[in-house]
Design a protein around this ligand. Structure first.
Ligand code: ZN
Length: 217
């Protein structure tokens, strides 16, 4: 079984990579450089892929940084220091990011005759980002199937009904090396512990009675 995975280098997609390998998939991992402020996640994806000996392709979409507005993730607005709120979400959204990445992944999959593409959208993201919602997945799935008629490609989003805490629970069981993952939007040397994704990540570990290995005791 071959499949393509969009691997950001964060908690969710790294857990999904481990889950897919555990399920017997042979994975081609795609990581996108879209001029994100937290480029550190790309290095994390590279390191995890190398450790697992999976094919890893880094795709340069830096031009998106100029096209997609002033998201905090692209170095425009300041990264908010708070929980995910409506306002924080608006600052950190990169418009249509997942749709763009999935379109490229579907093309890659068809070119390599790989029948499935995976991404790690989950329930927490769904409340914030439209292209992480189940209805988006359900709408895009037939479109990708229609667009890849010679070697049909199926879109899979197996975490769409899971919370981040449930994903971390799965990852802890799979012994995912979370010290090799990166989430913080600020992309500095250490997690800031105050941006929305840092707060969400730390909470997900706490709910599991565990500790984020990136946080020093
Ligand atoms: Zn942070």
């Amino acid at each position: 079984m071959k499949a393509v995975l969009i691997l950001s280098g964060g908690v969710d997609s790294t857990t999904l990579l481990y889950k897919m390998l555990d399920n017997g998939y042979e994975v081609d991992a795609l990581t996108f450089n879209y001029a994100q402020r937290h480029k550190k996640e790309i290095d994390c994806a590279r390191e995890v892929a190398a450790r697992l000996h999976v094919t890893h392709v880094i795709i340069d979409l830096c031009c998106l940084g100029l096209l997609l507005g002033d998201s905090a993730l692209l170095g425009g607005k300041d990264v908010p220091s708070c929980h995910y709120t409506e306002e924080a979400a608006r600052k950190t959204i990169v418009p249509n990011r997942n749709m763009i990445m999935l379109a490229v992944a579907a093309g890659y999959a068809e070119a390599h005759e790989i029948p499935e593409i995976f991404y790690a959208a989950h329930k927490n993201d769904a409340t914030i980002y439209p292209d992480c919602r189940a209805e988006f997945v359900e709408a895009l799935r037939p479109a990708i199937r229609l667009a890849t008629a010679w070697h049909p490609v199926e879109l899979q989003a197996p975490f769409v009904d899971l919370t981040k805490a449930e994903i971390v629970k799965m990852g802890l069981e799979l012994k995912v090396p979370y010290e090799l993952t990166w989430s913080c939007y600020k992309g500095e040397e250490k997690p800031c512990r105050s941006c929305p994704t840092c707060i969400e990540r730390e909470e997900a570990f706490l709910i599991n009675g565990s500790r984020d290995p990136l946080i020093e005791p």
